[in-house]
Design a protein around this ligand. Structure first.
Ligand code: 2BA
Length: 113
C-alpha cells in the first residue's frame, strides 16, 4: 500500500461524531486516548491509513465537519497568589481545536501473519 497515514489529534467532545463519520464512510481507523502536554487534559488521537488521494480528501473533509474549535479560559498561577496576594489574575483565553492533522506518506506497509 502506498498512500498516506493521517494522524489527527482531536478534542474528546468531538470523538463520537468523528468515529461515526469515519465508520459510516467506511474508513477503518485506530483510536488512542492521549493527553495534551499544555493543558494536561484528555484528548484523542486517530490514525487513518488511505491508499489514494480521493480518500485522503474524504477523510480530511469528515475531520473538518466533525471537529470544532472552542474557546477555553485558563487561570494562570499568579506569582501574587503564591506570595499571598489578594487578586486572582484574569483568566487567559485560548482557542482549542478543531483538529491537529499530520499527513505522512507511507513508504511501505506490510501486514504480517
Ligand atoms: P495541549 O498541548 O494541552 O494544548 C491545548 C491548547 O492550549 C492548545 O490548543 C492551545 O490553544 C493552547 N496552548 C498549547 N500550548 C501553548 C503554549 N505554549 N502557550 C499558550 N497556549 C498554548 P490546540 O492548539 O488546539 O492544541 C490541542 C492539542 O493538540 C494539544 O493539547 C496537543 O495535544 C495537540 N497538539 C497541538 N499542536 C501539536 C503539535 N505541534 N504536535 C503534537 N501535538 C500537538
Amino acid at each position: 500500500m502506498a498512500g498516506h497515514l493521517i494522524v489527527a489529534i482531536i478534542q474528546r467532545r468531538d470523538l463520537d461524531e468523528l468515529r461515526q463519520g469515519l465508520t459510516q464512510a467506511g474508513f477503518p481507523f485506530t483510536h488512542v486516548a492521549s493527553y495534551g502536554g499544555f493543558l494536561m487534559e484528555a484528548n484523542d488521537t486517530l490514525f487513518v491509513a488511505v491508499d489514494d488521494d480521493g480518500k485522503l480528501e474524504a477523510v480530511l473533509g469528515i475531520i473538518q465537519k466533525c471537529c470544532h474549535s472552542r474557546t477555553r479560559y485558563l487561570s494562570p498561577i499568579s506569582p501574587m497568589l503564591e506570595t499571598g496576594g489578594l487578586f486572582p489574575p484574569a483568566p487567559v483565553e485560548v482557542q482549542v481545536g478543531g483538529a491537529h492533522v499530520f499527513i505522512m506518506p507511507i513508504e511501505e506497509y506490510r501486514r504480517i501473519g
